[in-house]
Design a protein around this ligand. Structure first.
Ligand SMILES: *Cc1c(COP(=O)(O)O)cnc(C)c1O
Length: 237
């Protein structure tokens, strides 16, 4: 990789880490409580390698063809962690079950069943988060808050899935009170689930624009793409 491109990437990555650390200080939380998911979708494998060398382990992908190639290319990095964070079509579950460590966007029983059945016996259970449609907008993916416990019970009964937490994409708004109310509700939900399922303790919420607020409201993972890797090329992506 071109040296200037490489140093820009490392500098942007460091800035995001600094922002997360400042948000932790402000929220009086320990820095290790909040993980960074580096959203590398559409970005080349060599950029992922550079961040890996900086200590980053968790990477988020949405587009399966692009992800599969990258994951194969980087399979020599044994402790790298791939998170699927896109909408899941039922005819694509096999690729996810075979190549990913985490799925953060599980929102249907049928998909849970397929991922369980297609997870290779040689791999540990697939770690999953339930995506919650916390803003209750009809066109959005995710389960409604009232349906979270039902789906959790279904996932818990599947041996090749391990329920680890909840994920959300809140309303696209700058209204801090509205966002805070949604993050608060997510925090309540995870606390309730955690009583039933002790390993279910992760809260994936917070992106570039709202990571400080999310960390204040007990997020354990923020998902950042553009601020680290730069803008993606196609508008649709
Ligand atoms: C793309 C994506 C992100 C990262 O978005 P950026 O605007 O690139 O930081 C986070 N979460 C999900 C679910 C995404 O699809």
């Amino acid at each position: 990789m071109q040296l200037s491109r490489m140093s820009t990437l490392v500098a942007s990555y460091q800035q995001v880490i600094d922002r997360i650390h400042q948000a932790c200080d402000l929220a009086q939380r320990e820095k290790h409580e909040v993980a960074l998911l580096a959203v590398s979708k559409t970005k080349p494998a060599d950029m992922v390698e550079i961040l890996y060398q900086q200590g980053q382990r968790a990477f988020g992908e949405n587009y399966l063809q692009d992800a599969e190639q990258k994951i194969q290319k980087l399979s020599y990095l044994t402790d790298i962690e791939w998170h699927f964070i896109g909408p899941i079509q039922s005819n694509k579950t096999r690729i996810i079950a075979e190549h990913f460590d985490w799925v953060e966007t599980l929102d249907r029983k049928k998909i849970a069943q397929r991922l369980n059945d297609q997870r290779p016996a040689s791999l540990p259970p697939l770690k999953v988060m339930i995506q919650v449609n916390i803003s209750e907008e009809t066109q959005k993916s995710g389960v409604l808050t009232a349906d979270v416990t039902d789906l959790a019970a279904i996932i818990d009964a599947l041996p090749k899935l391990e329920l680890r937490g909840l994920m959300c994409i809140p309303s696209a708004t700058d209204d801090q009170e509205r966002l805070a109310a949604q993050f608060d509700k997510m925090n309540q939900l995870i606390n309730e689930l955690n009583i039933l399922y002790p390993a279910c303790n992760q809260l994936s919420m917070g992106m570039s624009g709202d990571l400080e607020l999310a960390i204040q409201h007990h997020s354990t993972q923020v998902r950042i793409g553009t601020d680290i890797f730069g803008a993606r090329e196609t508008a649709a992506q």
